[in-house]
Ligand binder design. Structure first.
Ligand code: C2E
Ligand code: MG
Ligand code: MG
Length: 780
């Protein structure tokens, strides 16, 4: 080691040594900067930048060596052999180049250290080849320990330099060139200490050849240039790095997936995109086609800034996406930034909305709109093929009552069960749909024979009857079906539906739970009903309506306690029409409110004029007691006519209560509060008679005539008459027996303890004039 220091201090021109060190530092700095830059590129570009880095460092080592040699005075004049000198330069560039390449492709810390050691080897190779170019007499005596040490120092410091150059941080950018400079200088001066020139003599006249000065000057300029270039590149890289980092942060913050694409190849992606495709791996370098289907890629290339739709390949399948491409300048080049949005949720929602627009939400069956379309289509098919097709209209029996008695949840469950049965039974040969409420319909395919409609109707009724539902649902399904066919029964979809409807109406009338095929006579009947409805609207005004009265008699004394007002319609052409015919029609089309008011007012006015203050009973329909102003109307009529509320009794049938029991009871309480009595009519014929008795304190029970009439040949009827009279007694509610025609019936009722009766035996319903004694007061 003393030899190294003494050689450096005594045999060197220190000013030139400083120049050598400066050149060395500049070339090292340039080399490391270029190495960093090469790392950011790929392929041929990377090899080119590595070559420039190798030239920089190679020239640096070489110039350092020769400037240091110029600074060296061994005591004899030395010359240089040009070819060997050039070989030493080539060796330096080649070996250093190899080391830098390995430092670029290597991935581990060990790879970097090994690469640096190769660079160190390159320094030694250059140095000792360069020494071989020295022209001097005699032999240079070598201290091989120092030679070995010089090689080791070069490799060790070279290794440390490239280890530090792994990161492009400030430490890496400054520390690595410093270490590389140290490696070159320390190797050189240690190796110079190993060379002994004591036995040498000069064989050249002139020391340093002019070409060496020239080459060294050129090399210095090259190094200076490269150092400046390296600095500029470094600055640019850092600017790009910062720009990229900012872009990445921005892109990662975006909710949409962003892909940067250059000529169809992905150069960058954001976090959302990686999450979208379900892979954290960077997709850079892969074609966009790997992710986005070809038509979408082409559309994006064709129409920048336009939103296109396509499918994105993701882990485990593909998803619908919306994408838009913009041209941007990224990393110094024009590229395509494609924003990709996952629209699966929106598509699902749209799909659902589309489904809801064509289906019924409760049963999932097609709705009326879809059914209409399908019906038209089937009719068209049948027409063009010369075939026929059939429609089945279904209506659930007593569905309203299920809803009222068991609640809407039970009603919904029932409709769902019907939906399932329809789907199961007819999905293969027809198109089932829910039209509204409890109305369903099926159009059978045009390929089905006419007979198929019969079979399907039977199969459905059987399936309904067999379906038990869940035990807690406690409702069995009963439906009526009407069937009509094209072209036999109708020519258009509308006519076909109306024909099936008429057949359904007949099925309902004939006792429900059955199916009926359309017959031409049905439409006559319906037309007739419509005519009746039409005439009824003006009947009251035309004075065609009048009331008849039927006495209610106290059995024990035979005296009349009250009269029931019963409506009659005298039609100018049809003659007398029974309330049994026209009241249901009036109830169906709402006319009952008007007619009911007329009955109430007429009956009260009439009763108010009687000499004897008998009771007056007025029948009211469901629509009337469900009308919120019903009690107000009664009050108004009582005030108007001056009839004492005590004398008025309204008769409500059980079926009128069923629709909405709570609401009906509320109205009845208001009526009771006026002092008006409320009787339950036709008792025993409705559903849950006892429920109704419990829900409201009726003032009278009118036992239905069907039980009275059949007491002597039907044991059940007799038992019911007995039980109802008992029940009335127990509840403290008087019972009126209706429809008493025969003495035997009267005797039976008397024996059972019934107190009041009504029927042909005591008097048929008759105009008030028939009760002459009553009207006398008016006359006087
Ligand atoms: P309802 O209230 O039960 O009236 C008794 C019905 O039985 C009356 O028939 C009456 O003529 C009939 N009748 C009475 N005694 C006998 C008998 O001994 N034998 C037989 N076979 N029948 C008897 P009508 O007048 O034809 O009325 C039928 C139904 O029409 C009434 O039954 C009632 O529910 C309804 N109705 C009648 N008038 C009105 C009205 O003004 N408003 C409303 N909403 N309904 C009415
Ligand atoms: Mg009645
Ligand atoms: Mg009755």
């Amino acid at each position: 080691m003393p030899a190294v220091i003494s050689t450096l201090l005594l045999n060197h021109n220190l000013a030139l040594v400083a120049v050598a060190a400066l050149l060395c530092a500049l070339s090292s700095f340039a080399g490391i900067s270029l190495l960093h830059h090469a790392r950011r590129t790929t392929g041929a570009m990377q090899m080119a930048w590595l070559a420039v880095a190798a030239v920089s460092v190679g020239f640096g080592i070489w110039s350092t060596h020769f400037v240091a040699m110029l600074a060296f005075h061994p005591g004899v004049a030395v010359g240089y052999d040009l070819p060997t000198t050039l070989v030493s330069l080539s060796l330096a560039i080649a070996i250093v180049g190899g080391g830098l390449w390995f430092a670029t492709v290597g991935t581990s810390v060990d790879d970097s250290i090994l690469a640096g050691a190769v660079v160190g080897l390159g320094i030694s190779a250059m140095h000792y080849t360069g020494m071989a170019a020295v022209i001097v007499g005699g032999a240079i005596e070598w201290d091989f320990n120092l030679v070995a040490l010089s090689v080791l120092i070069g490799m060790a410091l070279g290794g440390a330099a490239l280890w530090m150059a792994r990161a492009a941080t400030l430490r890496g950018r400054l520390g690595a060139p410093i270490l590389l400079t140290l490696a070159i200088c320390a190797m050189h001066f240690t190796a110079m200490g190993a060379a002994g020139f004591a036995n040498c003599y000069a064989i050249v006249t002139e020391g340093t050849p002019a070409w060496l000065w020239l080459v060294l000057s050129l090399a210095s300029i090259l190094i200076l240039g490269l150092a400046m270039g390296g600095t500029l590149l470094d600055l640019r890289d850092r600017r790009h790095g910062a720009e990229s980092a900012r872009m990445r942060e921005l892109a990662d913050a975006a909710v949409e997936g962003i892909v940067i694409v250059r000529q169809g190849t992905i150069t960058a992606t954001n976090r959302s995109f990686r999450q979208l495709v379900g892979s954290e791996a960077d997709a850079s370098g892969r074609p966009l086609l790997d992710f986005l289907e070809a038509p979408a890629c082409e559309a994006l290339a064709r129409a920048p800034n336009a939103t296109i739709e396509g499918r994105l390949r993701v882990t485990g399948g593909d998803i619908p996406v919306e994408a838009v491409a913009h041209e941007i300048e990224f990393q110094g080049v024009r590229q395509q930034a494609i924003a990709i949005r996952d629209v699966s949720t929106r598509k699902q929602a749209e799909e659902h909305i589309r489904f809801l627009a064509h289906h019924d939400a409760l049963t999932g069956l097609p709705n009326r709109v879809s059914f209409g379309r399908q019906l038209n289509q089937t009719i068209e098919e049948a027409r063009s093929d010369g075939r026929s097709c059939s429609v089945l209209c279904l209506d659930l029996d007593r569905f309203k009552q299920v809803n009222d008695l068991y609640g809407h949840a039970a009603g919904d469950a029932l409709l769902r069960r019907v939906g399932l049965i329809l789907q199961r039974e007819v999905a293969e040969n027809g198109y089932p749909a829910r039209l509204s409420g409890d109305e369903f319909a099926v159009v059978l395919n045009a390929t089905e024979s006419l007979d198929a409609a019969n079979r399907v109707a039977q199969r459905l009724l059987q399936a309904f009857a067999d379906d038990m539902g869940a035990p807690e649902e406690d409702t069995t399904i009963s439906a009526s079906i009407g069937v009509a066919s094209f072209p036999g029964d109708a020519q258009t979809a509308e006519q076909l539906m109306s024909a099936a409807d008429m057949a359904l109406y007949r099925a309902k009338q004939d006792g429900r739970g059955a199916y009926r095929l359309f017959e031409a006579a049905m439409s006559d009947e319906l037309r007739d009903r419509r005519l009746v409805a039409h005439d009824l609207a003006s009947a009251a005004e035309a004075g065609q309506l009048h009331l008849v009265y039927q006495p209610q008699v106290e059995i024990a004394s035979g005296s009349v306690t009250g009269l029931e007002a019963l409506i009659r319609w005298h039609h100018p052409e049809r003659g007398e029409i029974s309330p049994g015919t026209f009241i249901p029609i009036a109830e169906e089309n709402g006319l009952i409110l008007e007619i009911g008011e007329w009955v109430l007012r007429t009956a009260c006015r009439e009763a108010a004029s009687w000499r004897v203050p008998l009771g007056i009973s007025v029948n009211v329909s469901a629509a009337q007691i469900h009308n919120p102003s019903f009690s107000r109307l009664i009050h108004q009529v009582l005030v108007e006519t001056g009839l004492s509320p005590m004398r008025l009794e309204i008769e409500v049938t059980e079926t009128a209560l069923v629709r909405d029991l709570t609401r009906a009871v509320t109205t009845l309480r208001q009526v009771r509060a006026l002092g008006v009595r409320v009787a339950i009519d036709d008792f025993g014929t409705g559903h849950s008679s006892l429920t109704h008795l419990g829900a409201f304190p009726f003032t009278r029970i009118k036992l239905d005539q069907s039980f009275v009439r059949t007491f002597d040949h039907n044991r059940q009827s007799a038992a019911i008459v007995h039980a109802v009279i008992e029940l009335g007694r127990y509840l403290g509610t008087p019972v009126v027996a209706e429809g008493v025609e025969r003495q035997e019936e009267l005797a039976f009722l008397t024996a059972e303890g019934c107190e009041t009766a009504q029927g042909f035996l005591f008097g048929r319903p008759a105009p008030i004039a028939a009760f002459g004694g009553l009207q006398r007061q008016r006359a006087s």
